[in-house]
Design a protein around this ligand. Structure first.
Ligand code: HEM
Ligand code: HEM
Length: 219
């Protein structure tokens, strides 16, 4: 089955394009992450009370959805190599792009996990559910001494805030780099991350790069 999936994906990656599943993961998660950054700040501004708890509950539910999608996306990227495109031959810029991708994955996991730890250390409050649908348990921190609960809360909050800063700085840089590749350098990078518009006149146009080897560490 995996070989079949790889064969299917190669039809896209051989043309320097991400597979439709890779593209769906990218844009769905990009939208959720941008929403989540905005909503997190908004929840902090809501006056204390029921609405604030609801705002953080929505924040937690969306964050857990991001965590589940991150697990699926990482599995997908491990099995299916991404395309090789013009951005792979730009020296230090390519290295920065790879590091950025790794940091994004770190945030996809680190933010929900630190958020979950905070939520659990706060003691019994509202229940969590992935995407507001599938129930998700709290970690059993309520059995720990109060001092330790506070220490976990403190540490998880620091991690959450550090990753928020990283993500908030890197998202605009990443988007600007994609636009620069597209409009300035005329590279094929952004085209490969956009849904394909079939070109009946010139099928296979743009087939220029050799496929990436299976198991390649590129992010
Ligand atoms: C990718 C996922 C996530 C992103 C991008 C994110 C982003 C944010 C942002 C921007 C804030 C506001 C920070 C501030 O006001 O200083 C925040 C706060 C918070 N988030 Fe998240 N979050 C994510 C996942 C989660 C999850 C899954 C939970 C809980 C299960 C959670 C729980 C919290 C809590 C309790 C706070 C308030 C903590 C504080 O600022 O003192 N977050 N988050
Ligand atoms: C929260 C917002 C975003 C996040 C978290 C994000 C994350 C990522 C990640 C992790 C990758 C690596 C590919 C993969 O592993 O699937 C990637 C690739 C890419 N992203 Fe984004 N992205 C975001 C927004 C955007 C925006 C707004 C644009 C366009 C303006 C964009 C354009 C691209 C392109 C063109 C690639 C392919 C890069 C390459 O192959 O070298 N992304 N993105």
């Amino acid at each position: 089955m995996i070989e079949g999936l790889r064969r299917w994906a190669r039809r896209h990656t051989e043309q320097s394009r991400y597979s439709p599943i890779g593209i769906a993961f990218h844009w769905t998660m990009a939208a959720l992450v941008i929403f989540q950054l905005g909503w997190g700040w908004y929840a902090g501004l809501v006056a204390a009370g029921g609405n604030k708890l609801l705002a953080y509950q929505i924040h937690g539910d969306v964050g857990l959805l991001i965590l589940v999608l991150a697990v699926l996306r990482l599995a997908w990227r491990t099995i299916i190599p991404g395309p090789v495109n013009d951005a792979d031959t730009q020296g230090w810029q390519t290295k920065i792009a790879y590091v950025t991708h790794y940091i994004f994955y770190l945030c996809f996991f680190g933010l929900p996990l630190s958020g979950w730890a905070m939520w659990s250390a706060l003691g019994p409050n509202a229940p969590l559910a992935v995407g507001g649908i599938v129930p998700w348990p709290a970690l059993p921190f309520d059995r720990l001494p109060t001092g330790l609960q506070w220490a976990i809360m403190d540490y998880a909050e620091d991690v959450h805030h550090l990753l928020i800063l990283l993500l908030t700085a890197l998202v605009p840089l990443h988007a600007a780099a994609a636009l620069k590749h597209h409009f300035w350098d005329r590279h094929d990078v952004l085209r490969g991350m956009l849904p394909e518009i079939p070109d009946a006149k010139q099928p296979g146009r743009g087939k220029r790069h050799a496929p990436r080897p299976i198991g390649s560490p590129q992010a």
